[in-house]
Write a protein that binds this ligand. Structure first.
Ligand code: NAP
Length: 263
């Protein structure tokens, strides 16, 4: 794949690598995306919430492959943490060229009737408000209307935004609906200023997130309901994210790409 932003980057170049920020880059889909973006030549900012060890091991793997990156702790549901995260990015040599809004949370499977307001607010603060604030900060740095060089934003939505997740987590599904709408609107708003904005909508992907929903074996249980008869892998989603960022997708803007095995 080609990445214009990285074309001058090689082991002898003094040109700083463009920065790609991956929120929630320590595990699952985010970790796979961080690894691939480092291979593509980006200086990868690996954001994580609590698991310093996991973030550190993604960074070590990147460095062993000759890539560049750094880890940044920060809760995407906390505005002060987001401010601190972008301050650290501003201290690096390269400019921000990519944002992957991957961090997202869900809570224990439940009907809406049984959800506490605290839980609902936590999901929306993290998945919606946090994503909006990260995106705002990225746009301020990337948009040509503010003197930036343009770039690419990929939002990690979910098939839940069109399926609704009844009796599991409609709060989470609703938060992903907001991410779809953000993608459509921002693609139109910032396309003229050099930023492409797209989203992936994964289906059942084999990661730790299902443990947070109270059912670690959820993907295996539901595999039979998927036309391809299996869950997806984090790598399959990361490949699509990186393609959307690449020059091969240079005319793709405002797309919601389903990666759900046909479900
Ligand atoms: P995962 O394996 O559970 O990994 C979650 C990642 O997000 C970790 O790096 C975690 O950091 C980080 N994170 C969690 N809360 C955070 C916060 N408040 N601030 C910053 N980082 C935070 O999850 P995943 O399955 O890869 O999910 C990634 C994205 O894909 C999410 O947006 C999710 O909604 C979406 N998605 C997943 C599936 C699926 O089936 N897996 C399907 C559709 C959509 P720590 O390591 O520090 O905890």
């Amino acid at each position: 794949m080609r990445f214009t932003a990285c074309r001058d980057v090689d082991s002898v170049s003094t040109t700083p690598r463009p920065i790609a920020l991956v929120t929630g880059g320590s595990r699952g889909i985010g970790a796979e995306t961080a690894r691939l973006l480092a291979l593509a030549g980006f200086d990868v900012a690996i954001n994580y919430h609590t698991n310093t060890e996991a973030a550190g091991s993604v960074l070590n793997e990147i460095k062993e492959e000759g890539g560049s990156g750094f880890i940044i702790q920060g809760d995407i549901g906390c505005e002060a943490d987001i401010d601190r995260l972008f301050e650290k990015i501003d201290q690096r040599a390269g400019h921000l060229g990519v944002l992957v809004n991957n961090a997202g949370i869900l809570s224990t499977q439940s009907a809406l009737a049984d959800m506490s307001s605290q839980r609902i607010r936590h999901i929306i603060e993290t998945n919606v408000v946090g994503t909006l604030l990260c995106t705002r900060e990225a746009v301020r740095r990337m948009s040509r209307r503010f003197g930036g060089e343009g770039g690419s934003i990929v939002n990690v939505s979910s098939a839940a935004s069109r399926l609704g997740s009844p009796d599991e987590y409609v709060d989470y599904a609703a938060s992903k609906g907001a991410i779809d709408t953000l993608t459509l609107g921002l693609a139109k708003e910032e396309g003229p200023y050099g930023i492409r904005v797209n989203a992936v909508r994964p289906g059942f992907i084999d990661t730790d997130i299902h443990r947070d929903g109270g059912e670690p074996g959820r993907v295996a249980r539901l595999a039979g309901s998927i036309p391809l008869k299996r869950g997806g892998t984090a790598r399959e989603v990361a490949d699509a994210i990186v393609w959307l960022i690449s020059d091969e997708a240079s005319y793709v803007n405002g797309a919601l790409l389903d990666i759900a095995g046909g479900r």
